[in-house]
Design a protein around this ligand. Structure first.
Ligand code: SF4
Length: 396
């Protein structure tokens, strides 16, 4: 006899059987499934694991990357952010090409294959000081500077750029496509009324959904995801996942969904805000897997909730995202990346094999557009038949 969820609204076992036969959960089912508690959570995790195994087998991936925080100035003021600095703060900065280059040299020596160019959004539109800093480098728009930095990466290294510049317009994405293997931007939440995003023009959900759509229209492999625990309801969380799914169904090219947990940081307006629990993460990851089905790559950052990597595996992830041997997670600098050996051990104890991937997921490597064929000659020597990095080229 099937158990019922805590809300008693659905028969959990029957619902999960239907989800498994169908291969995905409906929105109504997801609204209920994301609320399960107690031992019902184990049933949820099992269903998510079964679907993940069907699509991904026992392979779990990560990307060896270097993080280039091109500028920590931003026109938004998210309530949880410690990365951002006001332009008159002594640490406010735009990296010069020389600073970027010196990191690239070290990263390449350490075997990185992805350069994550990540930065605050359009600071030059809000702050004269940011505009001035950019002008000293010879630019009036941050976008043009990003473009040239990506070209520097392509010209001087064998690594592949992945830019996350937040919400972008179609023409901006089109320009960056020529110099990026893949790109990314978190949706975070579909709820437009979160205090965490008050006064943040780039965090308007419609604006961010447009960016995801442009990526699909332009055929740019794209990484996006949700940030949980910033004041959204459980239904918002489900709706955020479906908003991404709708874009993906229509345009394709969402290569990866990140389920990221909010971490409270001192010196922010959300310093005292409660963090999501481990179980909140687990049920969100599991429901994400059930919504997106077996093909999607689902990631949880391994540094934000250390010590419980295996729980996330059992909840249905198949990727750990980018891990850097060189640079910290600048968004969460207090949370060091785990050693790859540690992750390897956590994976192999459960029968998974940890493999290195490139910033472009294997599914999209055979499908590069004309503009991206510049990357083909650097991809081919790195990957094997599974389109993952050759085992002999992976550094642990
Ligand atoms: S989280 Fe991103 S968009 Fe928000 S303030 Fe920080 S850098 Fe800007």
């Amino acid at each position: 006899m099937g158990t019922t969820t805590d809300l008693g609204k659905i028969n959990l076992t029957t619902t999960l059987e239907q989800v498994l036969v169908r291969g995905y959960a409906t929105r109504e089912e997801a609204y209920q499934l994301i609320k399960v508690q107690g031992t019902n959570l184990l049933e949820l995790m099992k269903a998510a694991s079964v679907i993940r195994d069907e699509g991904k087998g026992n392979t779990v991936t990560y990307s060896r990357k270097v993080f280039i925080p091109l500028t920590n100035m931003c026109r938004n003021t998210c309530g949880y952010c410690t990365f951002v600095k006001d332009p008159d703060h002594p640490e406010a900065h735009i990296m010069s090409p020389d600073e970027v280059y010196s990191q690239l040299v070290k990263a390449e020596d350490m075997g990185c294959k992805e350069v994550l160019v990540s930065l605050g959004e359009r600071p030059e539109l809000r702050y004269p000081l940011a505009k001035e800093g950019l002008k000293k480098l010879g630019y009036s728009k941050m976008l043009d500077y990003i473009y040239d930095i990506c070209n520097l990466i392509i010209d001087k290294t064998t690594m592949i750029p992945h830019t996350n510049a937040g919400s972008l317009k179609y023409e901006e994405m089109k320009k960056l496509k020529d110099v990026n293997g893949s790109m990314g931007m978190m949706l975070e939440s579909i709820n437009p009324n979160l205090d965490a995003h008050r006064g943040c023009p780039d965090k308007i959900p419609l604006v961010r959904l447009n960016t995801i759509r442009y990526a699909g229209e332009l055929k740019i492999p794209f990484t996006t995801g949700i940030l949980i625990g910033i004041g959204e309801s459980l239904e918002d969380r489900v709706d955020s996942m479906f908003a991404i799914l709708d874009q993906h169904k229509e345009y394709g090219y969402v290569q990866e969904i990140i389920v990221q947990n909010f971490r409270a940081k001192a010196d922010t307006s959300m310093a005292a805000w409660p963090e999501p629990t481990i179980w909140d993460m687990v049920r969100s990851i599991a429901v994400c897997r059930l919504i997106f089905g077996k093909e999607m790559n689902i990631q949880a950052p391994p540094n934000l909730t250390p010590q419980i990597h295996q729980l996330f595996l059992l909840a249905g992830i198949n990727d750990w995202g980018g891990i850097s041997p060189l640079t910290p997670d600048f968004i969460n600098p207090e949370k060091p990346w785990p050693h790859i050996q540690q992750l390897n051990k956590a994976c192999s104890e459960l029968g998974f094999e940890l493999r290195e991937r490139l910033t472009i997921y294997p599914e999209y490597l055979n499908d590069l557009t004309y503009e991206q064929t510049i990357f083909q000659s650097r991809i081919d020597p790195l990957v094997d038949n599974s389109r993952l990095v050759r085992r002999e080229m992976t550094i642990c």
